[in-house]
Design a protein around this ligand. Structure first.
Ligand SMILES: CC(C)(COP(=O)(O)OP(=O)(O)OC[C@H]1O[C@@H](n2cnc3c(N)ncnc32)[C@H](O[C@H]2O[C@H](COP(=O)(O)OP(=O)(O)OP(=O)(O)O)[C@@H](O)[C@H]2O)[C@@H]1O)[C@@H](O)C(=O)NCCC(=O)NCCS
Ligand code: ADE
Length: 277
């Protein structure tokens, strides 16, 4: 017998996850990343690719929320996540648009499904992912064949798996506070708050995409540029859009792309929207 209440909640959770991906895509100017304005440092994808990918994976977010509500073990969530990756690849013609986002948002969908109608703060929900599945996620060794896994092995960083296993510490310590600060600095400008959030994440995250594209030097350069932007007042300072645009152009010239930070911007927006419903 279908449970209509939990089914409509699962759809609501999936809609918010999809919205977070679209809000991330539309935020501008994002250094090196794809937006509605240009494709940044990416030659193989544009805004349409990311839109198609987001649309293709949205039904799996609902499936993950339902599985979470039923107390499914991580193995079941993984199987749904892998099917979502196949759907993403089919929708994009084989381009990895949202693999990290499927993983991170997907685990939060499952935790939100399990929480049912209980009011949970954004920080608490992020921590629950770590408490529920962290040890099992952390046991999975880094893959020697993925870009992220290779960067993790070569540079000794954690990447997407470690971030989720620890309950998204970068989102709790950097992303959510910066989103709130950005709203305070630029009231009525949600785009500005998203850019403040992205730069705060970039400033400290071990983003395996930056390592894959630019090595340690690329990661340090990107972190330094983000810190400089924030130290100059972030989106609270006059001319912030031009300064963010200058960083974008520098990243494109160096072929750098902070894809992990983009995913965690979407995670931050998703957690924030879930806590408000
Ligand atoms: C745990 C998995 C995510 C596997 O991850 P792994 O580390 O093995 O590596 P990748 O396959 O490279 O994917 C990791 C993606 O995670 C994002 N990311 C990077 N750093 C961080 C971080 N510190 N914290 C959080 N997230 C992070 C990042 O996603 C973005 O990268 C995409 C583009 O990547 P790629 O194609 O490699 O890069 P390009 O530069 O474009 O390539 P070229 O042009 O050079 O060819 C971008 O779109 C963002 O999405 C990393 O890519 C996970 O996949 C896994 O275990 N899955 C199994 C299923 C599962 O367990 N599911 C759970 C329930 S849903
Ligand atoms: N806007 C974006 N540009 C490039 N890679 C991404 N991965 C997730 N969002 C992205």
């Amino acid at each position: 017998m279908p449970n209509f209440a939990s089914d409509s909640r699962a759809h609501h959770i999936a809609e918010l996850a999809h919205r977070a991906l679209i809000d991330e895509l539309e935020a501008w100017p994002k250094p090196g990343l794809v937006s509605l304005v240009d494709s940044g440092s990416h030659r193989d994808m544009d805004a349409d690719t990311l839109r198609r990918s987001a649309g293709a994976i949205a039904p799996f977010f609902a499936e993950l929320a339902r599985a979470g509500a039923e107390g499914a073990p991580l193995g079941d969530l993984r199987r749904i996540g892998l099917r979502a990756e196949i759907a993403m690849m089919a929708a994009t013609g084989g381009i990895n648009a949202h693999k990290g986002a499927i993983f991170s948002l997907g685990l939060i969908c499952a935790a939100a499904g399990l929480a049912g109608g209980e009011a949970v703060s954004a920080e608490d929900l992020a921590e629950r992912v770590g408490a529920l599945w962290g040890p099992e996620i952390a046991r999975k060794p880094a893959s020697p064949i993925t870009h992220g896994g290779r960067a993790a092995l070569r540079y000794g960083v954690g990447g997407a798996g470690a971030e989720a296993a620890a309950g998204f510490p970068a989102v709790r310590a950097l992303g959510l506070p910066a989103l709130r600060r950005g709203r305070h600095l630029a009231p009525g400008h949600p785009q500005a708050a998203r850019i403040e959030c992205l730069f705060a994440l970039m400033a400290d995250l071990d983003d395996t995409n930056l390592l894959h594209r630019g090595g340690e030097e690329g990661l340090r350069y990107a972190q330094g540029a983000a810190r400089e932007f924030l130290e100059a007042g972030g989106v609270g300072a006059a001319g912030w859009g031009d300064r963010a645009l200058a960083v974008h152009h520098a990243f494109v010239a160096a072929r750098l792309s902070p894809g992990g930070s983009a995913d965690l911007l979407a995670v931050t927006l998703f957690l924030d929207s879930l806590a408000q419903t």
